[in-house]
Write a protein that binds this ligand. Structure first.
Ligand SMILES: C[S@@+](CC[C@H](N)C(=O)[O-])C[C@H]1O[C@@H](n2cnc3c(N)ncnc32)[C@H](O)[C@@H]1O
Length: 363
């Protein structure tokens, strides 16, 4: 019979089991995304073979993707281990919503394909008011029905992003938390309750949810142009304990806040959806509202300059999803734009399919 001490020697530690659970969780979402993509593209080929096809990825590119995926989930686990955010965040997934809305994604596909085939990129239902928005915004981004301007679109958005990124969307969003924590060390003399953080183009509030977990006492603010996405964000964020973030409908080109108001500003997956000159305008606004000594963190798609080996993926994305400004984005010099606004001490990082720019406003 084995003694208790020898059983303990072979039993994995709680830490190892936790990590295995997390890896299994991420892999299951990855397989789900792969199965969805394989089946939906097979159906698309049968239903509408004339539609645009993605460039098939060769073994080398698939291996690179795999390595980047593994690196991302390793960093995600390590940052939780270091206390940058609670481990519970690693398993925070809106399962009920996912299973509830998954059939709707399939039911919406024929309309999306029709729009893609007919090159109808600004096709909105009669009840959607588009006049109050800039024309670059009234697009069926990703061929989404009613773009960002309906409650149905807001309900499907997070699941669509998860399917696109094989379940890594939050893991990529979480990579802004370590640089934000580091940047906020400049305000160590300020009480945590007086720290103000703004998430620009907060969408359905996923990033604000992560910020709330990592900065439980800070005052959080979120802005977006879409009332439907803000309604969804309000619903998601109300589930959390702690103070509700203040949400405002606003164009990021003219943020409705005082100069030097925020200790830190973030923006996730916004810049690739803006024309070049609007990117600059938004960066200028983020500079204006950041306090001297504060930090601005951008998370968005990888670019050619940092990931030339991922070119086929960057070519496929706007081919398969309506992303009118993406090609320009992939070669845009964001460091130059940040410097032009006044930011200094700018660093860039890459995790999986995302790039991060960490910029400081001189004190
Ligand atoms: C790809 S989504 C990203 C949403 C969210 N940050 C996330 O991590 O999922 C882009 C978001 O930017 C918002 N948006 C686009 N242009 C904007 C602008 N000029 N001002 C404010 N929000 C804008 C859209 O409404 C949408 O919610």
């Amino acid at each position: 019979m084995q003694s208790t001490s020898s059983i303990n020697e072979v039993l994995p530690t709680p830490e190892t089991l936790g990590k295995l659970a997390y890896q299994t969780f991420q892999w299951s979402k990855n397989y789900f995304g792969l199965a969805h993509k394989a089946l939906s593209s097979r159906l698309l080929n049968l239903a509408s073979p004339m539609n645009q096809q993605a460039i098939p990825l060769d073994a080398e590119h698939l291996q690179r993707l795999q390595q980047r995926f593994d690196q991302l989930i390793e960093v995600d686990w390590q940052d939780a281990q270091q206390g940058i955010y609670p481990h519970s965040l690693l398993f925070d997934n809106p399962w009920t919503e996912f299973f509830r809305y998954y059939p709707e994604i399939w039911l919406d596909l024929p309309q999306m394909w029709e729009r893609a085939k007919g090159k109808k990129y600004q096709d909105f239902s009669a009840d959607v008011l588009t006049e109050d928005y800039p024309s670059y915004y009234t697009q069926n981004f990703h061929h989404q029905t009613n773009g960002y301007l309906s409650d149905t679109s807001a309900n499907l958005y997070d699941l669509q992003v998860e399917l696109l990124f094989g379940g890594t969307a939050d893991a990529m969003r979480r990579r802004i938390l370590a640089p934000l924590k580091q940047g906020l060390q400049a305000f160590n003399d300020v009480s945590p309750r007086q720290i103000r953080l703004l998430d620009v183009a907060c969408g359905t509030g996923r990033t604000l949810r992560l910020l709330r977990a990592a900065f439980p006492h800070a005052s959080l603010f979120g802005t977006d142009l879409s009332p439907a996405y803000l309604r969804k964000a309000n619903q998601l964020l109300s589930e959390n304990r702690g103070e509700l973030p203040q949400l405002l409908q606003a164009n990021a080109e003219s943020l409705p806040y005082l100069d030097n108001y925020f200790h830190a500003v973030s923006s996730v997956f916004l810049f690739h959806e803006l024309p070049g000159e609007v990117r600059q305008q938004v960066i200028d606004q983020c500079f204006r509202v950041t306090k001297p000594g504060g930090v601005f963190v951008i998370c968005d798609s990888i670019q050619v300059s940092d990931s030339p080996e991922m070119m086929p993926m960057m070519e496929n994305f706007p081919q398969m999803f309506h992303e009118p400004y993406y090609r320009h984005y992939t070669t845009d010099n964001l460091v130059e734009r940040l410097e032009k606004a006044g930011f200094r001490n700018i660093s860039t990082h890459v995790h999986f399919m995302s790039k991060y720019l960490v910029a400081h406003k001189p004190a």
